[in-house]
Design a protein around this ligand. Sequence first.
Ligand code: GRF
Length: 223
Amino acid sequence: MIRLGILLSGRGSNFIAIADNIARGALAAEIAVVISNRPEAPGVAAAQSRGLRTLIMPSKGPSLQKLSREEHDRRVAAALAEAEVELVILAGYMRLLSPWFVRQFPERILNIHPSLLPAFPGLDAQRQALEYGVKVSGCTVHFVDENLDHGPIILQKAVPVLSSDDEHSLAARILVQEHIAYSEAISLVASGHYRLEGRRVLFETDIAGNAPQPDNSTPPGRL
Ligand code: GRF
């Protein structure tokens, strides 16, 4: 069973969706550790209440002011190694990763972003999409490389942008798809039935011909 290390900073709804899918047998994985850089993150309480190994590793504070990004990341990487983590899952982790950290886990760090990348990277992706006027947005699960919201795309799910949307209603509709997409992507990566060709993540058919394929279908919209 693949061992996941979850990094989060906030609400933790993606983490909870992954944990729920594992608990009901829909995702073959185990959560080895949950690490938050923010002690007050609701995701921390959710992890603790599930009895998961939960670590608070703040990146700011009076005694930590001299810690560089890489020094902090080295501590996080040591905690992940200690928990024998095989796949690092960024679930609303509001910190840029150092290049050093990314190099420790080649093709082993996943992120989810609430837009159809490469459109609208960075903060407030849902608001960016709304203000730009796109008619379709969605979410993207991708491998993490050294650039923000940039690595090879594992899967995407599209959602319609409605005339009645504000950024909250759009974010909520995208979030429903995020909670499905992240577990699917973890499952695809854990299966090992893929290869990278440049930026393209290509899914292979296994010998039995039943390798998982991503479901990028668009849910029905309404006018
Ligand atoms: C999600 O919208 C995710 O796409 C983005 O950060 C948000 C985290 O939400 N990277 P949650 O903490 O998982 O609820």
